[in-house]
Design a protein around this ligand. Structure first.
Ligand code: FMN
Length: 350
């Protein structure tokens, strides 16, 4: 068994977390990963508070193992300043009814006050951990601490890691350039040890990790575990149209691109007609969350409708190494077993 500060802190069998992928990581995936001895993370960011409560309730009724919830708490989402929300609402209002309907119940990033509602739901449910991306506000960390909830910060740069470390988070996920979703400029192989050297908190590695080789490599770098996104898309428990999952199986690293067209922030996703159209249009993205008002529905065009050309499909370079739809629990167990074998074989014998 691989024992690390991550497994110790949460009582896990394996140092493996599934990433809190918005829409993709819903209750089924979280339950499967946590019941297999890893830690599942609910992609909580887009759920309206009531839907988030239901989703967490669903998880809690199916597992008593630890799980996490991902939230985004930058000022641009927590502000109640109507002047800041007005342009976002205007962009959102300019979409046609069919597009807007696709986000019913999951339009939290476009709704003033919704993130405050999410915070209330999550603090009330007290999951084992909350994973924060983009920002680690002091007030939230204090609330978590008072309830025994661990805070994990997901970062893509050394500067952000240092900021999160100063804020007093419990763990840091160092996410390299290879990763699917919002991502930075530095590769996993460089970023993980750089952050380990700079902070006191245990660090998890993310970006391009899809199997036991990736887990073993991360542990050799000094990571306390791994945070895995793209691999879990190709599982029956992940939310998303079969066409999207088949696209993952067929995908290569060169099929992914960095685009600002989804949220206004750097994101790795499949290159397709939508991302190419944006690149050639010369249009400037509207910033965050304004651009999400324009393109948030695009994920549902991919996930619900299975339209891989005009859907927005975040995915990492590790897609190259994924060839099979595999139950999420098996992904966890196989990754751990492979890593143990690799590390045992590599250990000096004397
Ligand atoms: C489909 C998809 C959706 C994602 N959504 C989120 C999200 O909502 N919040 C977040 O913090 N990270 C999100 N990410 C990034 C993951 O948390 C994770 O860091 C990344 O997937 C790790 O790299 P990998 O894809 O190579 O495993 C997403 C990634 C993917 C592939």
């Amino acid at each position: 068994m691989l024992t690390t500060p991550l497994t110790d802190a949460f009582g896990l069998d394996h140092p493996i977390c599934s990433a809190g992928m918005a829409r993709v990581a819903q209750a089924d995936l979280v339950v499967a990963v946590s019941n297999a001895g890893g830690m599942g993370c609910l992609g909580g960011v887009s759920f309206m508070p009531d839907r988030l409560r239901d989703e967490i309730g669903n998880i809690m009724s199916r597992t008593d193992r630890p799980f996490a919830v991902n939230l985004l708490l930058p000022d641009s989402l927590t502000t109640e300043d109507e002047a800041q929300w007005a342009p976002v609402r205007e962009l959102w209002g300019s979409l046609d009814e069919t597009d807007r309907a696709k986000l019913a119940g999951v339009e939290a990033l476009l709704t003033p006050g919704a993130v405050a509602g999410q915070v209330e739901v999550v603090l009330d449910a007290a999951p084992a951990a909350v994973v924060l991306t983009f920002a680690t506000p002091d007030w939230f960390i204090e609330e978590c601490r008072a309830r025994g909830i661990k805070v994990i910060a997901l970062v893509g740069s050394l500067g952000k890691a240092e900021e999160a470390a100063r804020a007093g988070v419990d763990f840091i996920v160092a996410q390299g350039y290879e990763a699917g979703g919002h991502t930075g400029y530095v590769s996993t192989l460089t970023l993980v040890p750089a952050i380990i050297d700079a902070v006191e908190q245990p660090v998890l590695a993310a970006g391009g990790i899809v199997d036991g080789r990736g887990l073993a490599a991360a542990l050799c770098l000094g990571a306390a575990g791994v945070w895995v996104g793209t691999r879990f898309i190709a599982s029956p428990e992940a939310y998303g149209h079969d066409t999207f999952k088949q696209r993952v199986l067929a995908g290569q690293a060169k099929d992914t691109t960095i685009t600002f067209s989804y949220s206004g922030k750097r994101m790795r996703a499949f290159t397709n007609a939508w991302t190419r159209q944006w690149e050639t249009s010369g249009e400037r993205p509207a910033g965050f969350p304004g651009q999400y008002a324009v393109a948030g529905t695009r994920v549902e065009t991919g996930y619900q409708d299975g339209d891989t050309e005009f859907g927005m499909m975040p995915v990492g370079q590790g897609v190259q190494l994924i060839h099979k739809i595999t139950p999420a629990g098996d992904i966890v167990r196989t990754m751990a077993a492979e890593a143990e074998q690799i590390l045992r074989a590599a250990a000096p014998r004397n």
